[in-house]
Every structure is written in structure tokens, then in C-alpha cells.
Design a protein. Structure first.
Length: 122
């Protein structure tokens, strides 16, 4: 099945200066994130039970995974194990665009979700 990202609504809860669109199936979810150069970054790391893969499509980003700082550029893929503390802490001067793939799925990213977030900040 081909996903037409342009037909999907943006989901809520992103930082100022970024947009997110999400799709989900039974065993995984996919998210398209576009972060603009003026986006806010609070540096707060989070974790969740899902394994996550980030695939950089455009620009560059600085990420923190546990105690490591990683710079990801177009074409790079970064893996976040279940339970790892991680977060995007900055992006390049042109912003960045990337896919996030989660398994099990992050249904809390779907439009209209009214349940609890799967993110943890402890």
C-alpha cells in the first residue's frame, strides 16, 4: 500500500516549528516529521516501549541517545532501542525532514487520539 503523505492531517503535540503526520498498522507505525530552522528544542529526553528507527530524508539533525550525541545527515538511519532515553536536540540551518518507524505502533500519534501518551520522561 502506498502512503500519500499529502492527504494526511497533521497530528498534535509537536514542538513549535515542526509538523508531524502519522499512519499506523497492527504491528508498526510510520511518522513523517518536518522540522523548520526556527524550531524550539528543549533538550528534554524521553523514552517509550517501542523500538524506533529514524531515517533522515533532508538536512541534518543532532540527536542524543542515552549518553551519546549523534549527528544524522540525509540518508542516515538511527536506531533507538526500546527503553532508551533519546531526543532531537537540534537541526541544521535549513531544518530537517525524517521518517520515524515504531514497533509496536505509536497509536498516540494518530489524529484524534484521546488516550495517554506513550512517552515517558522519567
Amino acid at each position: 500500500m502506498k502512503i500519500d503523505w499529502t492527504s494526511l492531517p497533521e497530528t498534535e503535540g509537536m514542538r513549535r516549528g515542526a509538523t508531524r503526520k502519522a499512519v499506523s498498522a497492527d504491528k508498526l507505525s510510520a511518522v513523517l516529521v518536518e522540522t523548520f530552522p526556527d524550531a524550539d528544542f528543549d533538550g528534554q529526553l524521553h523514552w517509550h516501549e517501542s523500538e524506533q528507527v529514524l531515517v533522515m530524508l533532508k538536512g541534518e539533525a543532532t540527536l542524543k541517545v542515552d549518553d551519546k550525541v549523534i549527528r544524522a545527515e540525509k540518508g542516515d538511519m538511527v536506531f533507538f532501542p526500546s527503553g532508551s532515553k533519546h531526543g532531537l536536540i537540534g537541526c541544521g540551518s535549513e531544518g530537517c525532514t525524517y521518517y520515524e518507524i515504531f514497533s509496536p505502533p505509536r497509536v498516540d500519534y494518530l489524529p484524534g487520539w484521546i488516550g495517554k501518551t506513550q512517552l515517558r520522561f522519567d
